[in-house]
Design a protein around this ligand. Structure first.
Ligand SMILES: Cc1cc2nc3c(=O)[nH]c(=O)nc-3n(C[C@H](O)[C@H](O)[C@H](O)COP(=O)(O)O)c2cc1C
Length: 370
């Protein structure tokens, strides 16, 4: 029996396996609205065999986009653009669909990665970003404007409104983006948060805004649907956010009913030094699971079926999320199931691709011809 292909329940969401397609920005939206690229991308990976697909970082307001091409869900137009895509997913796939709710904070107003990824000057169509403090991400950049009380309320309310829209779209789960140096992570990290009010200074104060946003999103999203969070377990910078603080944060989230913690790292500082290796973030996820007793997802350089199986079977984490591996092999979970003796959903149009040695790969299938 494969552990990777064993079921798990997140509130009332029953998942047939432990694999999520990690959120991946496509930088291809127009004014935040999804288009034909998203239709192709999302529908393709909805047939990956993973139990859950997480829609890319979805900005809760326009200034919260990383790039001008980032997806958003902040008005009727952005909501309407996602509707036919989700309808198609529902028609052809059984995958659960999560959405990552995001705000880029001081890392907004960036060129797309294939345009160099640097800050867009105001004169070239960039916009004034906002953050916990007026500290730039990189030397020489235009610093963000520090959010005042009304700004904090506006962003908080934007998260709430987007969560409501996500529910209306039939999204099954929300993942709050609190990683990779974006706004909520900027509040956690002493590198980006220099506030002297109740949102800065002590760990308790730095956690306050992300926890308020979590509570508010949790309160408006239906109780039967899960809300998870993605964190960076460390900034990989001396004196920055670290595993110990992440564990405290995870304990607070657990008290508030978090359904999973997706454990990544880095993103807040260009000074970071990341020692990359296969599954390099798994030990962080394991430590958080053990110390805070929460459901965790490991992400980062998990590429092989056997590797993913071992990570889950050893009890280190509950689930895995794959990003680049899924783009490279959009049927990754089919191939993993074939290797590990699991079963995946496949649409009937594709049933005939089942290898002759794997008669149970797609469950009970029948087809005939005359
Ligand atoms: C094209 C691309 C876009 C990404 N966009 C997001 C995103 O929207 N939100 C997020 O939390 N992480 C994002 N990531 C990071 C991935 O979710 C994942 O954490 C990281 O790539 C490590 O996993 P991997 O080794 O399986 O790719 C992105 C990664 C890639 C490759």
């Amino acid at each position: 029996m494969s552990s990777l292909f064993s079921p798990i329940r997140l509130r009332e969401l029953a998942l047939p396996n432990r694999i999520m397609v990690a959120p991946m920005c496509q930088y291809s939206a127009e004014n935040g609205a999804a288009n034909d690229w998203h239709f192709t991308h999302i529908n393709s990976l909805a047939l990956s065999g993973a139990a859950m697909f997480c829609i890319e970082a979805t900005a809760v307001e326009a200034v919260g986009r990383i790039t001008p091409g980032c997806l958003g869900l902040w008005n009727d137009a952005t909501e309407a653009a996602l509707r036919p895509i989700l309808a198609s997913v529902r028609k052809h796939s059984k995958i659960a669909v999560a959405m990552q709710l995001a705000h880029a904070g001081r890392k907004g107003s960036s060129f797309r990665p294939w345009e160099g990824g640097q800050q867009i000057p105001l004169a070239d169509g960039g916009w004034q970003t906002e953050g916990p403090s007026d500290v730039a991400h990189k030397d020489g950049e235009l610093p963000p404007r520090a959010l005042d009380a009304s700004g904090l309320k506006r962003v908080h309310d934007a998260f709430v409104e987007t969560a409501r829209r996500a529910d209306r779209l039939g999204i099954d789960a929300i993942e709050l983006h609190c990683a990779h140096g974006y706004l909520l992570h900027q509040f956690l990290s002493p590198i980006s948060n220099k506030r002297t009010d109740k949102y800065g200074g002590s760990l308790e104060n730095r956690m306050r805004y992300p926890l308020e946003v979590f509570d508010a999103v949790r309160a408006v999203f239906p109780a039967r649907k899960p809300v998870g969070i993605k964190v960076s377990a460390t900034d990989w910078v001396e004196g920055g956010w670290d595993l110990e603080q992440t564990i405290e944060f995870a304990r607070e989230l657990k008290k508030r009913g978090v359904d999973w913690i997706d454990v990544s790292s880095g993103g807040v500082s260009p000074q970071q030094k990341i020692p990359l290796s296969p599954g390099y973030q798994v030990p962080f996820a394991q430590a958080i699971k053990e110390a805070a007793e929460v459901t965790t997802m490991a992400v980062g350089l998990i590429t092989e079926a056997r590797q993913a199986e071992d990570i889950v079977a050893s009890g280190k984490v509950d689930m895995v999320a794959l990003a680049r591996g899924m783009l490279y092999d959009p049927r990754w979970a089919w191939h993993a199931a074939a290797e590990l003796g699991g079963e995946v959903y496949a649409p009937p149009q594709y049933w005939r691709s089942q290898p002759s040695t794997q008669k149970a790969l797609f469950g009970k299938t029948t087809f005939g011809a005359r």
